[in-house]
Design a protein around this ligand. Structure first.
Ligand code: ADP
Length: 177
């Protein structure tokens, strides 16, 4: 699924984000930038050890923020390590923190002059954020940024399962109404 907002193409696709050839891919990192399972494990495995070396030097990243490293052996030039919130019921600032993680990722990508960026579904795996709510925050935040800045050529969400892609697609359709 694809739509055009200004000069930016917003696209939703199913796949493995480590295979994306874009300027930046976003990682669902933890605040210690310590590596983990899920998409983080896949990015470090495929990208090689230079990404973790840079993460160690940076030291950490607060929840709701994002930091950039190189892309190592990945097809992407940069990895933007975004720290989404752990879901604790929804009344602990999770929506704001998730929104901020997306927004900061876009800001950092723009600072690095990236024109194309791919996101996974932040916080909806091990961090337990319900994907219907998370997808609305993800897409709203990205669409708001695109409308404000008109900087990116491509913003893509790479969803890992057909079910996740379906949820994002429905949310995007609802937001368009
Ligand atoms: P978090 O800790 O932020 O919840 P996870 O990595 O556990 O991060 O999960 C985030 C999302 O990334 C989940 O929807 C998961 O299915 C998905 N995911 C896992 N591996 C990949 C991958 N290689 N490419 C894209 N998405 C992935």
């Amino acid at each position: 699924m694809e739509m055009k907002i200004g000069k930016t193409t917003l696209s939703l696709t199913r796949g493995d984000i480590t295979e994306e050839s874009v300027d930046a891919i976003v990682n669902a990192a933890n605040s210690r930038l310590a590596g983990g399972g899920g998409v983080d494990g896949a990015i470090h495995r495929r990208g090689g050890p230079s990404i973790m070396e840079e993460c160690r030097k940076i030291g950490g990243c607060p929840t709701g923020n994002a930091v950039a490293t190189g892309g190592g052996r990945l097809g992407a030039k940069h990895v933007i390590h975004a720290v989404g919130p752990v879901y604790r019921g929804g009344n602990s600032g999770e929506p704001e923190l998730l929104r901020s993680a997306y927004r900061r990722s876009l800001e950092v990508a723009k600072e690095k002059e990236c024109k194309s960026i791919a996101f996974p579904s932040l916080s909806t795996g091990a961090y337990g954020y319900p994907i219907e709510e998370a997808s609305r925050i993800a897409l709203e935040t990205v669409m708001d940024f695109i409308k404000e800045e008109d900087w990116f050529e491509l913003v893509r969400f790479v969803l890992f399962t057909d079910k996740d892609l379906d949820v994002y697609r429905k949310t995007l359709e609802d937001l368009g109404d």
